[in-house]
Design a protein around this ligand. Structure first.
Ligand SMILES: CC(C)(COP(=O)(O)OP(=O)(O)OC[C@H]1O[C@@H](n2cnc3c(N)ncnc32)[C@H](O)[C@@H]1OP(=O)(O)O)[C@@H](O)C(=O)NCCC(=O)NCCS
Length: 194
């Protein structure tokens, strides 16, 4: 791991997501409130959280950077979120398409404090330091305004919008965000994943 990868922000402690975090991840990823915009994605078995941790581990191994387990630091703590509280997971992961994917999923009791924005900004900065030529992208459902606000505050802009297919969210569309103009092949790869 290089020194350009942060292990904290003003209010958060960040550690590479690992198999030690699976029980905590399962609590957040199994909570229907964290899947309001994509109910079919909810983790209903611990194995799904295990698989997520394994996938994220691969990003750390292949690209030297991946998603973090996110906890409240002493400076970010209060009565509702004491020091060390696991609030969720997020950051960037390296995709098969050769672009970073930015993502975040936090426990509802931590929402509305700017913590996702703090996490996303740290991830975009770390991605830029690790591989400056590789774009940071995010795939967001058009009805998930909190998520798109966070992506935009982290420096991403909407590059594409199109229909969802096969995920039962006919009321929403997929949006692709990126921190720079994407090449045709990068955009094609991202659209094909939708
Ligand atoms: C998306 C998510 C990570 C945001 O976390 P958060 O810590 O509350 O985010 P922040 O506080 O940094 O910023 C969210 C901003 O969006 C705003 N927002 C929230 N809901 C909104 C809505 N429906 N419309 C417009 N803005 C909204 C908030 O008010 C806040 O802006 P503010 O700081 O001006 O008040 C969190 O809601 C979450 O985990 N959701 C479930 C998982 C998910 O959807 N992940 C993204 C998948 S693409």
């Amino acid at each position: 791991m290089t020194s350009t990868i942060p292990s904290s922000t003003a209010r958060l402690v960040l550690s590479p997501l690992s198999t030690d975090d699976i029980d905590d991840v399962f609590v957040v990823y199994g909570d229907p409130a964290t899947w309001e915009h994509l109910p079919s994605g909810r983790h209903t078995a611990r194995e799904q959280s295990e698989a997520l941790a394994r996938r994220h581990r691969q990003s750390w191994e292949r690209a030297g950077l991946g998603p973090w387990a996110v906890r409240i630091s002493g400076a970010g703590a209060d009565e509702d979120l004491p020091t060390g509280t696991f609030i969720g997971a997020g950051g960037v992961s390296m995709t098969e398409g050769g672009v970073w994917n930015l993502g975040y999923r936090l426990t509802p009791r931590s929402w509305g404090r700017g913590l996702a924005t703090e996490l996303a900004e740290a991830a975009v900065t770390a991605a830029g330091a690790a591989l400056p030529l590789v774009p940071v992208t995010a795939r967001i459902l058009s009805n998930n305004r909190a998520s798109s606000v966070v992506a935009q505050r982290a420096g991403l802009a909407r590059r594409w919008e199109g229909p969802t297919t096969g995920i039962g969210t006919e009321l929403a569309r997929w949006e692709i965000y990126a921190d720079r103009v994407l090449t045709e092949s990068q955009l094609e790869w991202l659209i094909a994943r939708n």
